[in-house]
Design a protein around this ligand. Sequence first.
Ligand code: UGA
Length: 430
Amino acid sequence: MKLAIIGTGYVGLVTGACFAEVGHQVVCVDNDAAKVKLLQDGGMPIYEPGLEELVRKNVGNGRLAFSTSTAEGVQRSDVVFIAVPTPPLSDGAVDLSFIERVARDIAASMTSYKIVVDKSTVPVQTGDKVAETIKRYCKARAEFDVVSNPEFLREGFAVDDLMHPDRVVIGVRSPRPLAAMKEIYAPFNAPLIITDINSAELIKHASNSFLALKISYINAISVICEAAGANVQEVANGMGRDARIGRQFLDASLGFGGSCFPKDLSAFIKIAEQVGYDFGLLKQVQKINEEQMSRFVKKIADTLWVVKDKTIGVLGLAFKQNTDDVRMSPAIELCHRLRKEGAILRVYDPKAAEKARALLGDGVTFVEDMDEVAEGCDALVIATEWEQFKKLDLERARKALTHPILFDGRNLFDPAQMERLGFIYKSIGR
Ligand code: UGA
């Protein structure tokens, strides 16, 4: 089918590339001319495993193109996906101005029947607003249908998540757009969850909030484990073998971050408030997450006694492994807090260093090799769960550190082995 994706960020670009890969004709539109030029020239604005190859292949075979013109995208396509940002406003509500702008632009370019699909994470009832807006601004009075099709990809695993989804949620009001959506997703062989539009929109916020709740739950358990001398990983393994609970998203950490969970939690609390429900449970999820970071910083401060003028090595800057994304990254927050306490930082990340530089500013030393970070440091901290950190040369790190202290915010090592190697090793909930 002929598809346009308006918004070429994480979701838009990966979705466009995967749709092209399964045989659709796709044009990805973005108003950032520099980004479109970069993509047209074979460059990549983000790091995402497998994406570059997919884009190159499908641009090469003519199924994937890039444009700055929404009008061109709309005219060339039967189905138009909206995948623009929905950032938070200062009160936690969602800024829908990009969605509204795109709805108007689509309306202005429509001269024949189109299916307009919302992929961005939006509050329930946004589909109605999009439909009203298109109707109001479409001078040609073209027919259209609005669909909600939320995205569940995880950064770092986005291509795989999109090519092999657990489920595809389609919120529709009538058979015509449903038939088109079924055709688009047929090559993915995924279970289809077909609902009304409001329910589809709610599934997204309810899912992300539940996953965040799972993390805060295990982080709360980690506090009890530390106080009571238990091991949170063993508790998580034991709990996770119950199929009703499941082991995923039960990894205790210094807290969750990223461009989705923190924003979506605030948005869902606000959405609930607007329909008259005080979502206290989710407020607690946020509170536990904030406390988890503070507790980790306190652990470092208590161990070092005085943080001021201590050199601390930080491994990991991305908000999680396999990405160069530093938005709302717990690792960056940790760096800010340590600097506020007067620490001197040596930092490393395999992919996110460049993007982190803009946030951390001057006065932080970026190291090129993970095994060199510990040189002359008073302590080493692991802040992101990059797989490669498990291969850190621990013998070399122990010798390079002024004191062999390692704070592990991601529980990458075995405490008993670290002790044997001569480290003062402090992790989460163990
Ligand atoms: C999340 C959801 O997992 C996706 O399904 C969803 O599509 C996406 O948001 C979105 O709304 O666009 P993402 O933010 O890319 O995906 O990353 P996650 O893998 O969910 O991780 C989020 C944060 O939780 C990271 O900081 C991660 O390190 C942390 N985390 C995750 C833990 O601390 N413990 C865990 O057990 C799992």
